[in-house]
Write a protein that binds this ligand. Structure first.
Ligand code: ADP
Length: 249
């Protein structure tokens, strides 16, 4: 079954910028898909459509479906429970005075008891390796810690689809490595937009290349990322990890 199915999705911001032009694609359940492309390609805009943050009046011919359900105003609660979105900027995700409250927010919305919420917070903190951080202020954490707390706040809602917008852009190499390990352990369907093509090569089995609001290529990760001409044509670069493996490929 497809976790995500998008058909003829176009989107124009109120100022007239045409960010998406007739996008059609699908993401199989359980897969990890990379979304790559130059700045301004439309990656974030596309991700914001996956849980209805950017609603668009869609018809029969154009839709975003999550496990077969067309995203619309009527089912936003269900969709947002199914699709967990990690924002590009952690400060957009963390808005409470304490880590506990930030992670508890989602489960509380779902009506869990105080005891169950507490267990959920402890469990997710353990999962992201930050036990004991409950009473800290999210805004006093390092970028790596902030990213993990964002991930914990999303995981606490147990999404079937995890959507990540540039999750490692502000991390140092060690935090980046640790974050990748965390991501690999998550079995949900994953969609990752990133310029970190080494991470994409490591984690994703399938890649979509977006440029100018359209999908210009898609396919098996290693094959696409090794296509130097394709990478250069869309403001990208063959990742170093693949250069090492395929010096002439
Ligand atoms: P990417 O994530 O690939 O860098 P974006 O989805 O952020 O691309 O942007 C796609 C296009 O939409 C760009 O031309 C960008 O300038 C424009 N855009 C993004 N956000 C807004 C906004 N809130 N209002 C108007 N234009 C926007």
């Amino acid at each position: 079954m497809n976790a995500v199915e998008i058909q003829h999705l176009s989107f124009r911001y109120p100022n007239g910028t045409e960010a998406l032009r007739a996008i059609s694609c699908s993401v199989a359940e359980g897969s990890c898909v990379g979304l790559i492309g130059p700045n301004g390609a439309g990656k974030s805009t596309l991700l914001l459509h996956l849980n209805g943050i950017l609603p668009e009046t869609l018809g029969k011919e154009s839709y975003v479906r999550i496990f077969g359900e067309p995203v619309g105003r009527h089912n936003l609660d269900t969709i947002r429970r199914t699709v967990g979105l990690l924002f590009q900027n952690p400060d957009d995700q963390l808005f409470c005075p304490t880590v506990f409250e930030d992670i508890a927010f989602g489960p509380q919305q779902f009506g869990l008891s105080a005891r169950a919420v507490n267990t959920k917070v402890q469990d997710t903190l353990k999962r992201v390796g930050l036990c004991g951080f409950e009473q800290k202020s999210p805004h006093h954490l390092s970028q790596g810690e902030k990213r993990r707390i964002c991930l914990a706040s999303v995981l606490a809602c147990e999404p079937r689809i995890l959507v990540l917008d540039e999750p490692t852009s502000d991390l140092d190499p060690r935090s980046r490595r640790e974050f990748k390990i965390l991501l690999r352990q998550i079995t949900a369907t994953k969609i990752i937009a990133s310029h970190d093509l080494d991470m994409i090569a490591e984690l994703c089995d399938h890649v979509l290349v977006l440029d100018g609001g359209t999908i210009v290529a898609e396919g098996q990760t290693i094959k696409l990322l090794n296509d130097e001409a394709l990478m250069l044509a869309h403001g990208l670069e063959r990742p170093h990890s693949l250069r090492h493996l395929h010096p002439h490929g």
